[in-house]
Structure formats: C-alpha cells, structure tokens
Design a protein around this ligand. Sequence first.
Ligand SMILES: C[S@@+](CC[C@H](N)C(=O)[O-])C[C@H]1O[C@@H](n2cnc3c(N)ncnc32)[C@H](O)[C@@H]1O
Ligand code: SF4
Length: 399
Amino acid sequence: MSRTPTVQADRRHDQDDYNQARALLRAGEASAGSHLLGEIARRTGDDALRSQCFYNLAEVLEELGQTEQAYQTWNALGCKPPGQRNKTDVMARATVMRVFEKHSLHLPPPDFPPRVQLEITNRCNLRCIMCTRNQMTRPLGDMAFETVRRAADECCQEPGCVVCLYFLGEPLLNRELERMAAYLDSVKDRPPIRTVFGIQTNGMLLTKDRARSLLSAGLRNYAFSVDGLEGDLERIRRGASYPVVERNILDLIEVGREMGINDLVVNISKLCDDPDAEEVQRFLERWEGKVDQVHLLGITRMEGNSFMAADGTIQPVRRRAHPSRRVYCGHGQRLLVYWNGDFGFCCGDINGRLELGNIHDRSIREVWNSPEIQRIRGKILAADYTGLSACDSCPHSRC
Ligand SMILES: C[S@@+](CC[C@H](N)C(=O)[O-])C[C@H]1O[C@@H](n2cnc3c(N)ncnc32)[C@H](O)[C@@H]1O
Ligand code: SF4
C-alpha cells in the first residue's frame, strides 16, 4: 500500500526530530533530548520510531539511576506479543532480561527467565572441597537429548535468554554434548533472535580432540573454573591438575585459531573471599591477556563443605545461623532443569526440593509464571523462608 504524501512528510519530520533528540543526548542535554523523544513518541504514527524513542528514554532513565523506571519502559516494549515486536522491541526484551539478572528480584520479573540452566549431567570427575554438590543426594544421571531439544526450542524463541549447559556436575562427561550443542547452534539464529549458549567446566577432560569436536558442533562459549594456580588448584579441586587445565584452556584457544573461529569466548573464574589477597593477584597476573575475562566469584558456604582460607589452609564451614537472622537472599532469577527434566528455581536447591513439575509436562514459560513460583518469589522477597524446604540448608537465606 502506498503512503500518502502527508504521512510521508510527517514521518520525515518525526525522523528528523528523532535525529536531533539523539544529538542532544550525545551532547549531554538529557532533559531537552528526552523531552523531544517523549513528544515524538506521543505524536508519531510510526510504531518502529515510537519504540526507538522509548528505548532511548529508558537509557536516559538508567543513566540517571532510575533503574526501575528504565526497566519498566523496556519491559513494556519487550512484552508485546511476538508477532507485533519490531527490531527495537526485540532488543528491549533482551535488555530487560539482562537488567533483571544484573539487579534483583526486586524488579518485576520478565515473562521468561533470562537464564535457563540445563543440568546435562550431575556426574563429576572431581571432588572439589567447596562444591555444593557434596550435599547432593539425588540419583546420578545424564540429561537426554530430547530434554535439551525441548528446552532449546522454547529458549531460542526468546530474545535475551542465555542457555547454560551445566549445573551440578561436569558437562564434558555427557557424551551427547556435541549433539546438544549442534542442535542449539542450528536453532539459535532465528533472526532477529540470537540465543547464547555455553558451558562451565573444570577443564580436565577438554583434550585437543574434544575441543575440535565441540568447536565443530558450534559450541563457542567456555567458562573454566580454575580457582587456583599450581598446588592451590589441586588442594581445592581434588582430582584436578593445574598443568593439565592450563594446557587444555590454551589448546582450546589454539585449536579455535587453527579452525579460523573468530567468535570463541573463553573466560575463567576463581572463587575467592578476598580479591586483594596476594594469591589472587598472582592468579590475575598469570592469566592476564590469555583469555577474554577473568571473574572473581564469592564462595557459597554450605554446612559440610570446606574452603581454602586466605592463609592457604583448608577450613570446614561452620554451622549456619539461626533462621531469625535470615535476610532476603536475592536468588531465584533463573530457571533450572535438573538432568531428569524436573524444574528448579534456585541454584541453592541442590536436591530439587521445590516441586515444580517436569519439562516434558510443562513449558518453561508456564513454570516461570506459575502461582508456585510467584509464591516462592514473594516469600524470598519478604525474607520469609518458612515452608520453603529447599532453603533449609542454604547459607544465602541468612545474614
Ligand atoms: C558446580 S560447578 C559445575 C560445572 C563444572 N563442574 C565446574 O566445576 O566448572 C559450577 C560452578 O560452581 C562453582 N562452585 C562450586 N562450589 C561453589 C561454592 N561453594 N560457592 C560458589 N561457587 C561454587 C564452581 O567453581 C563452578 O564455577
Ligand atoms: S568439578 Fe564442578 S561440579 Fe565437580 S565437584 Fe568441582 S565444582 Fe563441583
């Protein structure tokens, strides 16, 4: 259908004003720029331009520290039904997921989890002293390919959703990982949606051949849990060897280069309590420039586990606090699928005690928005853990 000359002129005028508003924002004139954006959004008949105006207004709000208002503005765009979303709405949806994950449950949840964590196995080749897996009493097993396919089909429709192929176990032990990665790779790019997926691994089993086969299958995001240099790593990660892990990480990067892959992302993490400790500084220096990012993460202390103190000694975790001292834990921002397909809501729920059904009976969207999860979310926000059996053994639900 051809547009009438008046409509075309109005749209040109709106676009010119939009460009001017952007220029004002770039020049630091937040007030004048956002005023003009608001005016264009109110009057324009161009849906795509209206979304662009709101998207930019949300950015201004975020810069001013008004996170919740920014989030609500992006959410209004991102929550349009899939068929009605323009490119900016899709971008807003991805932004909502990112902001929700970064901030906390205090924000109203998006209608789909920003992160879906698939436990492709809960078997492991190591016995790390601090691992929450030490408290796991569930049966051991590997996730079936069909379960991953089901989750992937749903997640890959949702801009901004990140799919993590691990929970409590070593993902490289699942012999179908390549098949799972190849399937995710085949559905991840349904324009304008590009779903990110990746693994977190202890790195011990990532030989050059395995690296080659995983890269060929399309797996591009690798996070290695390293935790310490020679000596320290072996004490924390029982069964691991620092030279093997280091060589495997560097080999992966080398193989990626040989294969001409330019979107490989390799991050490493180290658990620590004191980022200024000397051993942490040595660790950072050793890895500087070798990988994309080094993350320093806090240790979750669960009764029955151990950890390495700043002086290098291994210490048992002390008894947990009295329930009256519990505070808002901030967890519950992602959805988990245990290896058998059961849903979980919190990474502290080691044994899957929240009964949320199975992915073969319920969709991810349905569970995320279910009354059960709304009830749990409400209780967490009120720091009221009574009746939440999964929180009984969790150290996060206390101060
Ligand atoms: C449970 S592991 C599973 C993936 C893989 N086996 C690995 O070690 O990377 C996932 C992440 O949880 C971290 N982790 C284990 N115990 C932890 C604890 N007590 N506190 C915080 N993070 C922990 C590990 O360091 C790892 O980065
Ligand atoms: S390798 Fe990972 S899952 Fe296994 S014990 Fe260590 S931290 Fe836990």
